[in-house]
Write a protein that binds this ligand. Structure first.
Ligand code: AMP
Length: 126
C-alpha cells in the first residue's frame, strides 16, 4: 500500500507557518521545535521538512541529503541542549512513534529528544 501523507496534520501546518512553534533549530531539510506538552525538562521534536509519515517511509523515499540532514540535526540539537553524555550532560532518549501500535498522534515523522532527567525503564509491561 502506498504511503498517503495527510498535509493537514499539525506539523505540516507548522512547516507552512500556519501555526507557531518554539523553534530550536532549522536546517535545509529539517526543523526542530519544543514539544507543546513536554514530558521531560528537555523535550524537542525534530521533523524532516518533506512529507514523510513514519521512519520507514522516510528511509524508503527521502533523498540521501534529507536523511543526512535529519540525522545530523538530531545530533546537533542534543549537543545544543547540553544533554549529550559526558562533559556535564546526563544523556537523552530518542523516540519515534509510528502508527497505531506505536501510538503516533501526528502523522508526520518526528523524533522526540527527551533529556534533563533519568528516563526510567524503556517500557513497562502492560
Ligand atoms: P506522537 O505521539 O509521537 O505522534 O507525538 C506527538 C507529539 O506532538 C506530542 O508529544 C505532542 O505534545 C506534540 N505536539 C502536538 N501538537 C504540537 C504543537 N502544535 N507544537 C508542538 N508539539 C506538538
Amino acid at each position: 500500500m502506498p504511503y498517503a501523507y495527510d498535509d493537514q496534520n499539525v506539523f505540516a501546518r507548522i512547516l507552512r507557518g500556519e501555526i507557531p512553534c518554539k523553534k530550536v533549530l532549522e536546517t535545509e531539510h529539517s526543523l526542530a521545535f519544543e514539544d507543546i506538552a513536554p514530558k521531560a525538562p528537555h523535550h524537542v521534536l525534530v521533523i524532516p521538512k518533506g512529507p514523510y509519515i513514519t521512519y520507514d517511509h522516510f528511509a524508503l523515499e527521502a533523498s540521501e541529503a534529507e536523511i543526512a540532514d535529519f540525522a545530523r540535526a538530531i545530533g546537533e540539537v542534543c549537543r545544543a541542549l547540553g544533554i549529550r553524555p559526558g562533559e556535564g550532560g546526563g544523556g537523552y532518549r530518542l523516540i519515534s512513534n509510528a502508527g497505531a501500535d506505536g501510538v503516533q498522534e501526528v502523522p508526520h515523522l518526528h523524533v522526540h529528544i527527551l533529556g534533563g532527567r533519568p528516563m526510567g525503564p524503556m517500557l513497562s509491561r502492560p
